[in-house]
Design a binder for this molecule. Structure first.
Ligand code: NDP
Length: 480
């Protein structure tokens, strides 16, 4: 079985313990590679290497860093097919999704920040002829970039690109559940002579090595994307060290369908928002609020659509959904489905594990699932399930739906469907979410501030916000 290796100081190396964990292909439930079970010693080596590299990388010009990031983006594009196949196999997502979204976004992230760093500007505050203040933005040091399993290379590059573009060096920790494309990226880095120590990747279990990384005295900045409980833990243990922290966490996003919407578009977008990537996107719309007048019609159209979705072999171009990421995660989703039934939820479609044939019979497949008759404030409508499960909730008025949408402890994203654009603006202004779409979903402009309110996170990344996060502002006041 192929052994995934850590990437430290430009070298692909074994974990110090020589202990590995099996990496499972979720489409068939079989181990197909081995992931390092790294520990604090490996983290310390990676941080040491990043600290040494910081002394030269932080002095490179913006143009030099931009060129190197673009070179890495070129190499990702040259290895496109290999990365697409690897992402699909490691995560269980359809090959078509990895080809359309994950891998193109990985190179786009690098190119975006390679460009942004050249076009950034900083503030000047003029004091009526007495003095001029200007702000320098300087890199901070070694950045810890911790990313989850749902969009592995996409979210890893979303963090490392701005960190490196601004002159920091990085120790990245991908999810141990989906380590493969991060490993392939490190192999690519080696091939293109990426400067040694600037990017380091340590694989392993977050619970074992996470604290060593986030509390390391030589790591002043931590960018984390993952679950809210892990975010809470990181926030707590790093607090005494006054680190710069960005947390992009979970969501339980409302999808609000008014009766004057473009009906067909609202149905197809709600289905996409519910089931893309098997519902494992933090931005998925898992609470679908539908205005009373069109509730029954919308319900039957959405259920009809969900029933027609093909759950199957991620490699097949016919599959709309592949496998969920792991057996543990599949069981967690199935437990939530049972809980929804116990709470009186009416199952409109799905609700079961799907057993495919042949090689795939032990894979982790779940049917697209739609519930109704669950109170807006019950546990199912408040906890993130992170699977292909949505609930339909009827509403009467704008005020009702705003109250219900905002009742969640999360506040990541929301979608609103209406042809009345004034209403769209009015409702959007009252919804407590960091990202709100009107008449669409997941339309991403890399320049926008991205992040959540309430338990969905702290801080914003994206565009110039990322460049700000990964730099320290230094004000200089010049007396005239
Ligand atoms: P987790 O919080 O379990 O893990 C995220 C990352 O943190 C993984 O690399 C994990 O490693 C690592 N980790 C775990 N424990 C620690 C620790 N003590 N210290 C440091 N790192 C640690 O999330 P999932 O991987 O399960 O991802 C799903 C979650 O991510 C969902 O809640 C989803 O909403 C959220 N998410 C949020 C996004 C956003 O932009 N707001 C985008 C995408 C996902 P390991 O896996 O090896 O344990």
């Amino acid at each position: 079985m192929e052994k995934i290796l850590n990437y430290i100081n430009g070298e692909l190396i074994e974990p110090s313990s020589k202990i590995y964990i099996e990496n499972i292909d979720p489409s068939c439930g079989k181990a197909y590679s081995l992931v390092p079970d790294s520990c604090a010693d490996d983290v310390n080596e990676a941080v040491k290497s990043a600290k040494v590299a910081y002394s030269f990388w932080s002095k490179t010009t913006k143009q030099e860093r931009s060129d190197i990031l673009n070179k890495l983006a070129d190499a990702i594009e040259e290895n496109f097919d290999m990365l697409v196949a690897a992402e699909s196999r490691d995560n269980g997502k359809p090959l078509s999704l990895a080809a359309k979204v994950d891998i193109p976004r990985a190179s786009a992230n690098l190119r975006f920040f390679a460009g942004a760093i050249l076009h950034d500007s900083s503030d000047v505050h003029e004091m009526d002829g007495e003095a001029i203040n200007y702000t320098l933005r300087v890199p901070i040091g070694v950045a810890a970039c911790i990313s989850p399993w749902n969009l592995p290379l996409y979210l890893l590059t979303w963090k490392i690109a701005p960190a490196l573009a601004t002159g920091n060096t990085v120790v990245a920790k991908p999810s141990e559940i989906t380590p493969m494309t991060a490993y392939l990226l490190s192999k690519i880095c080696k091939e293109i002579n990426f400067p040694k120590g600037v990017l380091n990747i340590v694989h392993g279990r977050g619970e074992k090595l996470g604290d060593a990384l986030t509390t390391h005295q030589d790591v002043p900045i931590v960018s984390f994307t993952g679950g809210s409980d892990t975010g809470k833990h990181i926030s707590k243990i790093t607090a005494p060290y006054f680190k710069k922290l960005s947390l992009e966490l979970g969501g339980k996003n409302p999808n609000i369908i008014f009766d004057d919407c473009d009906f067909d578009k609202a149905v197809s977008t709600a289905s996409r928002a519910a089931f893309t990537n098997q519902g494992q996107i933090c931005l998925c719309g898992s609470r679908v609020f539908v205005q009373n007048k069109i509730y029954e019609k919308f319900k039957s159209a959405l259920v009809d659509k969900a029933k027609k979705l093909i759950v199957g072999d991620p490699k097949s171009s016919n599959s709309h959904l592949g496998a969920v990421v792991s057996e543990e995660h599949m069981n967690k989703i199935l437990l939530k489905i049972n809980e929804a039934k116990k709470l009186g939820g009416i199952l409109l479609c799905g609700g079961e594990r799907l057993i495919l044939e042949g090689e795939l019979k032990n894979g982790y497949y779940i049917q697209p699932t739609v519930f109704e008759n669950l109170a807006y404030d019950c546990s199912i409508n408040n906890e993130e399930i992170f699977g292909p499960v949505v609930t339909l909730i009827p509403f009467e008025s704008e005020d009702d739906v705003i109250m219900m949408a905002n009742s969640s402890e999360f506040g990541l994203s929301a979608s609103i469907f209406t042809k009345d654009i004034s209403r769209g603006h009015r409702v959007a202004a009252k919804i407590d979410s960091g990202v709100i779409w009107i008449n669409t979903w997941l339309l991403r402009d890399l320049r926008i501030p991205f992040g959540g309110m309430k338990n969905s996170g702290v801080g914003r990344e994206g565009g110039f916000n990322s460049l700000k996060f990964f730099t320290e502002p230094k004000n200089i006041c010049v007396k005239i």
